[in-house]
Design a protein around this ligand. Sequence first.
Ligand SMILES: Nc1ncnc2c1ncn2[C@@H]1O[C@H](COP(=O)(O)OP(=O)(O)OP(=O)(O)O)[C@@H](O)[C@H]1O
Ligand SMILES: [Mg+2]
Length: 148
Amino acid sequence: MRDLGRRLAKLLRAGDLVLLSGELGAGKTTLTRGLGEGLGVRGAVTSPTFVIARVHPSLGDGPPLVHVDAYRLSGGLDEMEDLDLDVSLPESVVVVEWGEGKVEELTEDRLHVVIHRAVGDTTDEVRHVTVRGMGARWAGAGLGPLSA
Ligand SMILES: Nc1ncnc2c1ncn2[C@@H]1O[C@H](COP(=O)(O)OP(=O)(O)OP(=O)(O)O)[C@@H](O)[C@H]1O
Ligand SMILES: [Mg+2]
């Protein structure tokens, strides 16, 4: 998941919204950690206990990574109003764990990453990941490098 995040980082630029779906422990934060490494941002990406959003500024001249964990939020964007995601999105890469059904209003262009864990056999650590690009931003964008 971390390596996938590193590869995904190469495709991302400021203004990109990434939604991460998948059950508890699927690997959403682990993927985001790889994203942060790939983007070259400051600070370790962790699972926030109280903080629901953290900004990781770039160590170079790339976009900052805004990492949101919306697990504890039941509502939509209005509940996240204080985060000003609409303001930071144009200049940042915004990644939202548990964001499905909550933050789509931000933009029509988004990348939806769904992580599936093999059902039934809990000892199986294999993950199946579906990456779907939506909107004009991703219409012609090749996601091929991800499956390398
Ligand atoms: N492909 C994988 N194979 C084995 N272990 C993995 C894999 N992906 C993630 N893990 C491990 O699973 C645990 C949970 O991962 P992580 O915190 O990234 O999940 P999450 O989806 O963010 O969970 P949450 O829903 O609680 O936010 C971590 O210990 C992580 O190292
Ligand atoms: Mg997490």
